[in-house]
Design a protein. Structure first.
Ligand SMILES: [Cu+2]
Length: 284
C-alpha cells in the first residue's frame, strides 16, 4: 500500500513536470493533460488537492488490481479445487468499513479547507464588476470612478503576434498583482459563467443576481479564460483576458482608461468603445 502510494506520487510528479514543460502561463497548451499553472493561492491549493486525489485514486486502483490478480492466480479451479466454505470474517468486515471511512475523512478535511479559502473573500483591495452578455463581457471599476468597457474577441485575421486564437480580446481587464481582487459577476441576458483556469475561478453570471468571487494574482502576465455556461450561438467566442501588472502600471492604465472609456453607455446600453464589434462579428 505504501509502495503503491509512492509510485502514485512519482507518477503524478512526472505528469506535472511534463505538463509544466509545455505550458505557457495563463493559457492552454497543445497536448496538455494537467490543470493550467497556478497564478493565485487558490489555484495552488487546487493543484495540491488534485495531486492528493490522484495519489489516493491510483493507490486504490493498484490495491484492487493486486487483489484481483491474487484471486485469479490462487483461487482458480485448478489451483484450488476444493473451495473454502467461509462466509464471515469479522475482522475483514470491520476493516473494509472503517478504512474507506478514514480515506473519505482524509479527503474531506483538505476539501473543506479549500472550499473555505475559495468562498471566504478577504478584504478586497479592488472590486471589478463583470457582466456577461450575448456574446461578450463587460467590466466596470467602481473603485476608480466607475468607468467601464466591453471586451470582445479579436477576430482571427486581426490577431497580433503572440495573441492566442479564440482567447485574445480587444480590451483586456487590467488588475494589479498581489492585491485581493473581488469580482462581482452578473449577466445582462442569459446565464454565463466567468471562468479563468489559472486563477481557480469559475462562477456563474446570472441575470438579476450578483455573485462574488476573488483572486490574488502572484505573477504578472496575461491570463485567459472562457465563458463556461452554454449561453447560445457564440458561447465559444466570448473569451476572458486578464492582464496582471504592477501597481504603478495599473495606476497608469487607470488614468489612461478613464479618458478612453469616459463617455457613458449609448442608447443600446453598450459602452462607447464598441468599435471592434464588427471585427469580432466576422471572426465566425
Ligand atoms: Cu456566455
Amino acid at each position: 500500500m505504501r509502495d503503491a502510494a509512492l509510485a502514485a506520487g512519482a507518477f503524478a510528479a512526472v505528469m506535472f513536470a511534463s505538463a509544466a514543460a509545455h505550458a505557457q502561463m495563463g493559457q492552454p497548451a497543445p497536448w496538455q493533460i494537467n490543470l493550467q499553472d497556478a497564478a493565485t493561492p487558490v489555484m495552488e491549493n487546487i493543484h495540491t488537492f488534485n495531486v492528493l486525489l490522484i495519489s489516493i485514486i491510483t493507490a486504490i486502483v493498484l490495491f484492487v488490481l493486486v487483489l484481483l490478480v491474487i484471486v485469479v492466480v490462487r483461487f482458480n479451479e485448478r489451483a484450488n479445487p476444493v473451495p473454502s466454505k467461509t462466509s464471515h470474517n469479522t475482522m475483514i468486515e470491520v476493516a473494509w468499513t472503517v478504512v474507506p471511512v478514514l480515506i473519505l475523512v482524509a479527503i474531506a478535511i483538505p476539501s473543506f479547507r479549500l472550499l473555505h479559502l475559495e468562498l471566504n473573500i478577504p478584504k478586497p483591495d479592488l472590486t471589478v464588476k463583470v457582466t456577461g452578455h450575448q456574446w461578450y463581457w463587460s467590466y466596470e471599476y467602481p473603485d476608480n470612478g466607475g468607468f467601464g468597457f466591453d471586451s470582445y474577441l479579436v477576430a482571427e485575421k486581426d490577431l497580433k503576434p503572440g495573441q492566442p486564437r479564440l482567447l485574445a480580446v480587444d480590451n483586456e481587464v487590467v488588475v494589479p498583482i498581489n492585491k485581493n481582487i473581488r469580482i462581482q459577476v452578473t449577466a445582462a441576458d442569459v446565464i454565463h459563467s466567468f471562468a479563468v483556469p489559472s486563477f481557480g475561478v469559475k462562477i456563474d453570471a446570472m441575470p438579476g443576481r450578483l455573485n462574488e468571487s476573488w483572486f490574488k494574482i502572484t505573477r504578472e502576465g496575461v491570463y485567459y479564460g472562457q465563458c463556461s455556461e452554454l449561453c447560445g450561438r457564440d458561447h465559444a467566442f466570448m473569451p476572458i483576458a486578464v492582464r496582471a501588472v504592477s501597481e504603478a502600471d495599473f495606476n497608469a492604465w487607470v488614468a489612461q482608461a478613464k479618458a478612453k472609456f469616459a463617455s457613458a453607455r449609448d442608447a443600446e446600453g453598450k459602452f462607447a468603445d464598441a468599435s471592434t464589434l464588427e471585427g469580432a462579428a466576422t471572426a465566425r
